[in-house]
Design a protein around this ligand. Structure first.
Ligand code: CO
Length: 476
């Protein structure tokens, strides 16, 4: 038998799986009872924080996300905790100043995060450097922390093997500990995965992880080929929250590699007990309608239009608001055009919302780019960073004129941003109960303020209305 090379598993049920399937509504209370068992599995890590969980905790569950992190850290004594981090955008939707990025990384690590998966929606590595530096700095101080840089996987003429391998080399040079290929829409097909992993393995010694979604129905085959090609770690979700717009099922991948050189060594009986815990939760959300059969099947359109699952559901609700649901197919077809005009960028938070909203406007207004959103203008003039291919010059000119700018920005966008922590501290001082509160406020001023008021009311025994459970879907 060939040399043993067990594939490692990142369990996503506490973050991406419920973000993808049930709009990030799993509460801390629903997570804690199973933590002990999950801690015994031997996962490479458990992804449990970041992405949309932060916003959703504050906004809908009326929970302090920092408190959730500390509770999970207490429970997971032997397992690394992982989070998803949007580069200079942190866990928000726009770039933040370096001092905020730095402090957020520090607090994430000191409250319990081991692995920070950092990505940028444009794959502009300049937007990742500050978060990587901060992770390395606090890793040295706290004795915990790993900087993982994730490349947003996308398709297009510019995205050749050469592109991905040159990015891998740069990531190694920038001081990252590992690389992730983040395929948020399930675009990576099995044989392409094989090619991609082999090529990347040739240029870097860093461990390579693969993250994909089941949306297009190929994900478990993609993992199989990627593992054969040498990928080190794959992201999976416990079966009750797997497949559809989520990840391949953990138990299925474990079984697939059993008795092969890639055997994960994970205990199928223990996994079955964990699945037994999550199954009734799945049933509960199916009954309430939060888990919709729509997100559970195969959607091959994702391969045609490259649209991540969360973006699709956002689009549907935008169209509903505008009473233009009949324009759905037209908007789907408009997305690749807008994406091309915007420099063939990956579609992932926040670029997915920016492109999606613009596509909706183009169709509903009946004229392309008649109206540009503020975010679209900023994207076109470089305020989110550098695109892989140049944006459409004509539309860029329109954006520049409307913003009163002569030229687009070519430097790192955050170079323009003044340190802002002190300002945030001042604004929210009356609500502060812990250092971390300023970070919640910096990212979501209104939502955090509402949460702080709710928290105070609860502490003083005032009757508070139940947490808002409005069904809003978050992008992945
Ligand atoms: Co994902």
């Amino acid at each position: 038998m060939a040399e043993k090379k067990p594939v490692q598993i990142v369990e996503t049920v506490l973050r991406d799986a419920h973000q993808s399937l049930i709009a990030t509504r799993m509460s801390t209370e629903q997570m804690l009872p199973i933590v002990d068992k999950m801690d015994k599995v031997g996962y490479h890590s458990v992804e449990c924080w970041g992405g949309a969980t932060f916003d959703a905790s504050l906004r809908f569950l009326k929970e302090d996300p920092w408190d959730r992190l500390r509770k999970l850290r207490d429970g997971f004594k032997n397992t690394k905790l992982q989070m998803l981090f949007r580069g200079q955008n942190i866990l928000g939707y726009r770039p933040y100043a370096d001092d905020v990025v730095d402090y957020f990384v520090q607090k994430s690590i000191s409250n319990g995060i081991d692995i920070i998966r950092i990505f940028d929606c444009l794959n502009d590595l300049r937007n990742l450097q500050e978060a990587v530096n901060a992770t390395n700095k606090f890793k040295a101080q706290e004795g915990r922390g790993e900087a993982q840089v994730a490349l947003a996987y996308t398709l297009g003429d510019a995205y050749t093997l050469e592109y991905w391998t040159s990015m891998a080399k740069k990531i190694e040079e920038m001081g990252a500990d590992s690389i992730c290929i983040k395929d948020m829409a399930g675009l990576l097909v099995p044989y392409k995965a094989s090619e991609l992993i082999k090529a990347m393995k040739e240029v870097t010694k860093l461990p390579i992880q693969l993250h994909t979604h089941y949306t297009s129905g190929v994900a478990s085959m993609t993992y199989l080929k990627a593992v054969e090609a040498g990928v080190d770690v794959i992201d999976t979700a416990m079966s009750p929250f797997a497949m559809g717009t989520s990840q391949p099922a953990t138990e299925v991948m474990v079984e697939t590699f059993k008795g092969t050189p890639y055997d994960t060594g994970l205990d199928q009986n223990l996994l079955a007990e964990i699945a037994d815990y999550f199954r009734p939760l799945r049933e509960q959300w199916l009954e309430s309608g939060l888990l919709s059969p729509k997100v559970m099947g195969v959607n091959i359109k994702t391969l045609l239009y490259q649209v991540p699952g969360g973006m699709l559901s956002n689009m549907v609700s935008q169209l509903k608001e505008m009473h233009a649901e009949d324009k759905y197919d037209e908007v789907l077809e408009e997305i690749p055009r807008v994406r091309k005009d915007f420099g063939e960028i990956p579609l992932v938070t926040p670029s997915s919302q920016i492109v999606g909203t613009q596509a909706v406007l183009n169709v509903v207004m009946g004229e392309r780019y008649k109206t540009l959103t503020k975010e679209a203008k900023d994207m076109l003039v470089g305020k989110y960073g550098r695109t892989t291919v140049p944006v459409n010059a004509e539309i860029q000119k329109k954006a520049l004129d409307s913003l009163g700018m002569k030229e687009p920005i070519t430097y790192r966008p955050a170079d323009d941003l003044e340190p802002s922590l002190a300002k945030f501290e001042k604004e929210m001082a009356q609500y502060k109960q812990q250092d971390e509160d300023v970070l919640s406020y910096a990212l979501f001023p209104q939502v955090a303020t509402e949460f702080f008021k709710y928290r105070e009311a609860q502490q003083t025994g005032v009757d508070v209305t139940a947490a808002n459970t409005e069904n809003k879907t978050y992008p992945v």
